[in-house]
Write a protein that binds this ligand. Structure first.
Ligand code: B12
Length: 209
């Protein structure tokens, strides 16, 4: 059987076809789906995150790795019960109202997923009411909002206000090029992260606190 180390390397290299082949081979050989995920697929992404943060890997490469990892997970997922699927918590993710930028948000989503979180990606142009509905429906632990325009950043404040008004027990984090730690503090967000790898650390920190 192909080794977990070799599967992890295929994820790091972003070779989707090879990842699928190796995962299928492991499934056929009777490997434990959870081991395939943790020791192969996620182990690979665990190398990608820090490399990206350190500037040794760039956005297109990270996207390819994340896509390869997701393709592998899609193959093993049907073999597992919901109970077995590793989950660090549920995160509702979206780009705020009026904003159509989603490259960074999707990268954040992929790294969070590879970090073991269940991610509900609502997409772009998400109104505060839609965030609130999703938090209730998916019993989210964290709401993660992205904005790339100075004009749409205000949507984050509106969403946090509505969440507080509704009395929901959920952490709110924000990110995107025009957003800062100062802005997060100002609007009462629980956290800010400058990039996708830091977003994973931030969520782990918030949920372990
Ligand atoms: C690609 C792009 C587009 C694409 C978007 C395609 C898509 N599917 O996303 C298109 C062409 C559609 C577009 C449209 C527009 N754009 Co545009 N766009 C960009 C561009 C060049 C890159 C953005 C990007 O993808 N970066 C790469 C990703 C990986 O980085 P990122 O988004 O910052 O995400 C990282 C972090 O911020 C963080 N992060 C992101 N989200 C989150 C969320 C959380 C919770 C956390 C913790 C972290 C986090 O992690 C990510 C990964 O490390 C930027 C310029 C720039 N350099 O930022 C302009 C830019 C954002 N756009 C701009 C503008 C003005 C527009 C338009 C208004 C242009 C127009 N006149 O039509 C429209 C607006 C459309 C709309 N309503 O949203 C301006 C914004 C100016 C401002 N300050 O408001 C910018 C800065 C360009 C500029 N210098 O003028 N755009």
């Amino acid at each position: 059987m192909v080794s977990f180390e070799s599967l992890a390397q295929s994820v790091i290299a972003g070779r989707e076809a090879q990842v699928k082949e190796q995962v299928q081979e492991m499934i056929n050989a009777g490997a434990d789906p959870l081991d395939v995920i943790n020791q192969g697929l996620i182990a690979g992404m665990n190398i990608v995150g820090p490399r990206f943060k350190a500037g040794d890997m760039f956005v297109p490469e990270v996207l390819m790795s994340a896509k390869a990892m997701s393709a592998g997970i899609a193959l093993v997922k049907p073999l597992m019960t919901d109970k077995e699927l590793p989950s660090m918590g549920t995160i509702v993710l979206g780009t705020v109202k009026g904003d159509l930028h989603d490259i960074g948000k999707n990268l954040v989503g992929m790294l969070l997923e590879s970090g073991g979180f269940r991610v509900v990606n609502l997409g772009i142009d998400i109104a505060p009411e839609a965030f609130v509905l999703a938090v209730k429906e998916y019993k989210a632990d964290i709401v993660a909002m992205s904005a790339l325009l100075t004009t749409t950043m205000l949507g984050m404040k509106d969403t946090i206000e509505l969440i507080k008004e509704e009395g929901l027990n959920v952490k709110c984090i924000i990110g995107g090029a025009p957003v800062s730690k100062d802005y997060a503090d100002k609007i009462g967000a629980d956290g800010f992260a400058p990039d996708a790898a830091s977003a994973v650390d931030l969520c782990k920190q918030l949920l372990s606190a």
